[in-house]
Design a protein around this ligand. Structure first.
Ligand SMILES: Cc1cn([C@H]2C[C@H](O)[C@@H](COP(=O)(O)OP(=O)(O)O[C@H]3O[C@H](C)C(=O)[C@H](O)[C@H]3O)O2)c(=O)[nH]c1=O
Length: 189
């Protein structure tokens, strides 16, 4: 029986957006994993230079952060994982020439399932929290650039994203409560 790969990679219907699952080595104490390894990423054909780590804590279930992206020259690739709790992680294709322009994928990432989502440049990113006390950690390939930090309304009617909120009003930042519609955004990608 072949051993589980050290890094399992699953493509999604959006070209470039992939789900990563580093192998966990379990024993009587719990488990160990190499949560990030550039050699394993390169073997998977992912050759990105992550230069900044971000971390956000959301106290309440039903928090939505997003949809956000940075425009060139500060566009970011993001590698997202959850250290505590669970999120519905969403990537929206903003690449105007893409056959999946305007389409999204949503993946449940949790401390328990150990899944990670790679969100390349050209995609908007956001997540909703599925548990209280959710800690999200993500690596990015470009520094924070406030002037390039843009957004799209999380509840845009054209994007039709189900955030798993069960009809509840989400907890949002003021900024995310007034993001522009998808139709009004001139994507730079
Ligand atoms: C993103 C970022 C923010 N900040 C400062 C700016 C604000 O004073 C404060 C909170 O920022 P913001 O409200 O934009 O944080 P989130 O709503 O969690 O935004 C992030 O969440 C979504 C899901 C993303 O994908 C982006 O990485 C990022 O936009 O942190 C920094 O100092 N550096 C940074 O890289």
């Amino acid at each position: 029986m072949s051993a589980q790969p050290l890094l399992d990679v699953t493509r999604t219907e959006l070209e470039g957006v992939v789900i990563l699952k580093p192998r966990r080595f379990g024993d009587g104490r719990g488990w160990f994993t190499e949560s990030f390894n550039t050699a394993r990423m390169r073997e998977a054909g992912i050759d990105l230079d992550f230069i900044q780590d971000n971390q956000s804590f959301s106290a309440d279930k039903g928090t939505v952060r997003g949809l956000h992206y940075q425009t060139p020259p500060a566009a970011q690739d993001k590698l997202v994982r959850v250290l505590a709790g669970a999120i519905l992680d969403v990537a929206v294709d903003l690449r105007r020439a893409s056959p999946t322009y305007g389409r999204h994928v949503s993946v449940e990432l949790s401390a328990e399932n150990g899944l990670q989502l790679l969100v390349p440049k050209g995609f908007a990113h956001g997540f909703s929290t599925l548990t209280p006390d959710t800690m999200v950690f993500y690596k990015v390939t470009a520094p924070y650039a406030p002037d390039c930090d843009k957004g799209i309304a999380f509840d845009d009617p054209d994007l039709k994203i189900d955030w798993g909120l069960g009809g509840e009003t989400p907890i949002l930042s003021d900024k995310d409560g007034r993001q522009p519609s998808f139709a009004s955004v001139e994507s730079p990608f």
